[in-house]
Design a protein around this ligand. Sequence first.
Ligand code: GSH
Length: 308
Amino acid sequence: MSDLILHHYGMSPFAEKVRLMLGLKGLEWRSVDIPNVMPKPDLMPLTGGYRKTPVLQVGADIYCDTKLIAEELERRHPEPTLMAGGVGLAQAVSGMAENALFWAVAGFVMGTNADRMPAAFHEDRAKMRGASSVNIDKLKAAAPMQLEQLRPQLAWSADLLRNATPFLGGDEPGLADLTLYHALWFLRNAGGKGRAELDVHPELTGFMERIAAIGHGTSQDMSSAEALSVAAAATPDETTGVAENAEGWQAGDKVSVTPTDYARDPVVGTLDAYNGQRIAVRRTDEQVGEVVVHFPRVGFAIRAMKQN
Ligand SMILES: N[C@@H](CCC(=O)N[C@@H](CS)C(=O)NCC(=O)O)C(=O)O
């Protein structure tokens, strides 16, 4: 069976983006179901603190963030390509779909479904965003404003798709499509009033049907304990090394790597790889031994730690 292990949960839109990448490439993969709130005791030994969903594991190499997961899947399994229309197109779409559009969807979904969500979920997300307390009334009161933000962006998305042929990058679906799709999928699947907002745009509903038809490849469930054993038995891939860089980073520097937006939990280790696109940190965990945790450069801050 496959060496690709995805740590995720069903309702995660960013995980849906990766499940579709696996489908687009027709891959087999192992599926580890993780909690949607902290604590995540079987994920932390692998990531060293990074808590977002999803995470891709290949042996003792751990890939964080869907941008990097896309690149890594493309490197390991180049055909069929995920990069129809080019990586620049995918990242440009990501600039909209994973920021203004995604947050309008998230705000609307959270506000309109607030009473149906468990208190533990609200508390976890408030903490993850760095808020000092949960304010459900504020969340609910913000829903109409979020809808005002959302509607024009759905119209822009429909316009983009009206000019697609039939995908954003041409004849074949690619990362740009999956990136736009995952925000729309979140709006449709979260229940409540989201679906009606999509239904007024036939371009969006047609596109969503085409993307859903890609499927998720072939997955087999794996327990989180088994995934930890896989990491413990494996050795990380050979490093791609630290490229010459103006910032002065060198292999072996003690560093922390932290998302720049939310869930800013630092991952600490020694610098293993650094180049125009990626940062990788080597760390030793008492449960799984030596692992290398990989991040994209964009969206992550690297900082020097004191050597001891
Ligand atoms: N930039 C990240 C965003 C990932 C993200 O925010 N995922 C959400 C779930 S869809 C998350 O981590 N929520 C908190 C959690 O699952 O603990 C990526 O592309 O992977």
